[in-house]
Write a new protein. Structure first.
Length: 193
C-alpha cells in the first residue's frame, strides 16, 4: 500500500513488512516502523507528522514519522482497513475488532487516548471534511434473501444519526468512501461480488 503526504514531498509504502518513507523522487528511503501489514492500508495525517497503519504485533497504530515512536490504538492484533484522519490531524477513525462479535468503527486520538466506538458493524471509515460525520461500509444490512449485504452509511462522529445511503440490496461491497472537499458528495468503489 502507498500514500502521499499532503504536501506531496514524500510518500509512504508498506513493503516486506516494514513501513518506509521516501522523497517524492524515490530517494532517501527510510524505515519508520516494522511489523507493518499491507492489508491495513496506510494513511498519512494531514499535517504530515504521523501515519496510521496496521502493526502486526500491536494492531491499528499511529507512528510518528520523524521519531518512529509507535502508538497502538487498541490492545489487540486486529485485521484492519485504511484509517481516516480528522482534518486537524488530532483524531483518527479506524476499524476495531476487539469486540469479536462485530467489527466497530472507532475514533481515537493520535496519542492513543480517548478511543471510543462510534458504531458497530462497519469498515472503511472516512471522515467528512469538517470531521462531523463518518462515511463507512456496513456489513449488517439484511438483503431480500436474509443474507447480509454491504451498503454505504453515514453516521455522526458522536455515533448518532446513522443513515444508510444505498439500498441496492446486492451482495457486493461499497468500499472506501471518499468525501468531496465541500462535504456534499461521497464517491465509493462498488464491487458486485
Amino acid at each position: 500500500d502507498v500514500d502521499w503526504s499532503r504536501d506531496g514531498t514524500r510518500f509512504a509504502v508498506v513493503a516486506e513488512n516494514s513501513l518506509d518513507v521516501l522523497s517524492s523522487d524515490g530517494s532517501g528511503r527510510r524505515t519508520v516502523a516494522g511489523s507493518a501489514g499491507w492489508d491495513g492500508g496506510i494513511a498519512w495525517s494531514p499535517d504530515g507528522t504521523r501515519i496510521g497503519y496496521l502493526n502486526f504485533d500491536k494492531g491499528p497504530s499511529v507512528v510518528e514519522v520523524e521519531t518512529g515512536n509507535v502508538v497502538p490504538l487498541v490492545g489487540l492484533r486486529n485485521m484492519a482497513w485504511r484509517m481516516s484522519w480528522a482534518p486537524d490531524s488530532r483524531a483518527v477513525a479506524f476499524v476495531n475488532y476487539e469486540n469479536m462479535a462485530s467489527n466497530d468503527i472507532a475514533i481515537g486520538q493520535a496519542d492513543g487516548s480517548g478511543v471510543r466506538t462510534v458504531i458497530a458493524g462497519g469498515v472503511a471509515p472516512s471522515f467528512s471534511p469538517d470531521a462531523s460525520r463518518i462515511a463507512y461500509q456496513s456489513n449488517r444490512d439484511p438483503g431480500a434473501g436474509g443474507r447480509l449485504v454491504t451498503e454505504l452509511h453515514v453516521v455522526n462522529a458522536d455515533g448518532s444519526g446513522n443513515r444508510r445511503l444505498t439500498t441496492n440490496g446486492r451482495t457486493g461491497a461499497a468500499d472506501y468512501p471518499s468525501w468531496s472537499p465541500d462535504g456534499s458528495l461521497i464517491v465509493f468503489a462498488y464491487n458486485k461480488g
